[in-house]
Design a binder for this molecule. Structure first.
Ligand SMILES: Nc1ncnc2c1ncn2[C@@H]1O[C@H](COP(=O)(O)OP(=O)(O)OP(=O)(O)O)[C@@H](O)[C@H]1O
Length: 481
């Protein structure tokens, strides 16, 4: 009866929630238990594997779940979320492993309640640190690979990295406890490496004797090869299995490397067994990794998987201002907006543009303003202007959503066509210098108010819908070549 109610509730939620939200938060939950409270009201209890997920589900979805269940049961149903016991939480959820659901981008919090929940999680890190696992002093070599300038202080927070940053802060404050392993994924240059270094640096500040190792997946591969040739696997074990915190970047590089995967699996199991923490980064979510054994990918997904998204405009501006200050330069806000509007790919490119502007200003001994910035970035800006035309946008968007280019000018209205058309209008306004009437003309002689409506709608939705934001980001990158 309960399972049935819960099952039906899930089926309903699957149709009402965006797919990636359902797959990330609701689908992995185990079947619920039904009971009655003192007032004889129905209570549905669900066990959630960790506090982070519990806070998030409570803040974001509890009301929705209750109303769906109440509706289906024909009477009020109260949802009770409880933490699963450790052993239960640590096991990879069989449902996830077997059904291969798409573990997509984690949505950024929209409601204040969610922000409060996150703040509550973050504040846990301020508590005194947990007792360190018994360890002899760390060999100095175990700490060498951390970059001391990549800290939480130098990482600009924003919607794009909110979940990942909060989880990372939590791990830094209480390694070996929750979110183990922590799996951080996202596109190039979005701050994954920065974040994992920040955890390592924070832990070492707190516990200088902790054994922390940061390395790129390729270094692990070459270590395995070296030890394989020399038949010195005990050395490999001694190096990795003794760590308190392993930070490993770009695990997608393990693809097709069977022996490495086997060794990593052993390392992984050994570290988790002694409650050492593992943080991994990758360009995709665990189930999206190719040529990596499912035995590994399901373990990657067994702790917490979070995305880092491309930063939105305001965050790009904040990053520019902060990085300029760190270089001893003052960046006027209008200039920061100008650069941020023109350089959107990722933070690394943003840094590149900033370096050019700062160098140009120093070299010409002029203050930083828009005119100087235009000059400094003229190559970059002219490449953009040359490449992006409305026709190009229409073709790219039509290809992306698998509709005909002709549908961009047609009067057809089904959502499968109208929405890509609105997206193309939005991009046309954002990425070209064309006016609303000109864009309307190029979209089959539509009125400028139609274009305006599309531009506003997509811009607004982009703020709230991380899946759309990702798609737009891909389109923007494609258009910029
Ligand atoms: N939120 C941020 N605040 C400040 N600096 C940032 C932020 N995000 C990224 N950066 C900076 O951008 C640069 C690129 O970041 P990083 O190397 O961490 O990216 P990545 O996601 O690991 O990329 P890749 O997949 O290419 O390794 C670094 O210099 C980093 O310090």
């Amino acid at each position: 009866m309960t399972v049935d109610l819960w099952q039906r509730g899930c089926e309903r939620l699957a149709t009402e929630l965006p797919e990636h939200q359902f797959n990330t938060w609701i689908r992995p939950l185990p079947p619920a238990q039904l009971s009655q409270d003192e007032a004889d009201a129905a209570v549905v209890s669900v066990r959630v594997p960790n506090r982070f997920k519990l806070d998030w589900i409570r803040a974001q979805y509890a009301g929705r779940i209750e109303s769906v269940l109440s509706d289906l049961a024909g009477k009020p149903v109260r949802l009770e979320l409880t933490l699963a016991p450790r052993a239960e939480a640590a096991a990879p959820a069989p449902l996830r492993a077997s059904n291969g659901y798409a573990h997509a981008t984690v949505a950024a919090p929209a409601a204040p309640a969610a922000a409060a929940a996150l703040a509550a999680v973050a504040s846990v890190t301020a508590a005194p640190s947990h007792p360190a696992p018994a360890a002899s002093p760390a060999p100095a070599s175990n700490r060498h690979k951390l970059n001391p300038s990549l800290t939480f202080d130098t990482l600009v927070p924003g919607r794009a990295n909110q979940m990942a940053r909060t989880a990372a802060l939590h791990v830094a404050g209480a390694p070996g406890q929750m979110y183990n392993p922590l799996f951080i994924y996202g596109g190039v240059g979005l701050g994954k490496t920065h974040l994992v270094h920040a955890v390592g640096n924070a832990l070492l500040k707190d516990r200088p004797d902790a054994r922390v190792l940061y390395l790129h997946a390729e270094q692990f591969i070459s270590d395995v090869v070296k030890n394989y040739q020399r038949k010195t696997f005990d050395e490999l074990k001694a190096k990795y299995h003794s760590l308190d915190l392993l930070l490993i970047d770009d695990v997608q590089f393990f693809a097709g490397k069977d022996r490495t995967q086997e060794e990593f699996f052993n390392t992984f199991e050994a570290l988790l067994a002694k409650r050492a923490h593992i943080i991994m980064t990758s360009d995709t979510y665990p189930k999206g990794l190719v040529d990596i054994d499912e035995r590994l990918t399901s373990r990657f997904d067994a702790g917490l998987t979070v995305a880092i998204e491309p930063p939105e405009l305001e965050m790009r501006v904040a990053i520019l201002i902060k990085k300029a200050l760190a270089e001893g330069a003052e960046m006027p806000e209008d200039v920061a907006f100008f650069i941020a509007k023109n350089v959107r790919a990722n933070v690394r490119e943003l840094e590149g543009a900033l370096r050019k502007v700062l160098a140009y200003s120093r070299f010409s001994q002029k203050d930083i303003n828009i005119a100087l910035t235009r000059d400094a970035l003229k190559d970059l800006l002219s490449i953009q202007n040359r490449q992006i035309s409305v026709e190009n946008i229409q073709k790219t968007v039509a290809d992306f959503y698998k509709i005909k280019v002709a549908d961009m000018y047609s009067k057809k209205r089904p959502a499968s066509i109208a929405r890509p058309r609105q997206i193309a209008m939005y991009l046309a306004k954002d990425m070209t210098k064309k006016s609303l009437p000109e864009i309307g003309e190029l979209f089959g002689g539509r009125d400028h108010t139609t274009v305006l409506h599309a531009v506003r709608k997509i811009a607004d939705e982009r703020q709230r819908n991380s899946e759309l934001n990702q798609q737009l980001h891909v389109l923007e990158q494609t258009l910029k070549g």
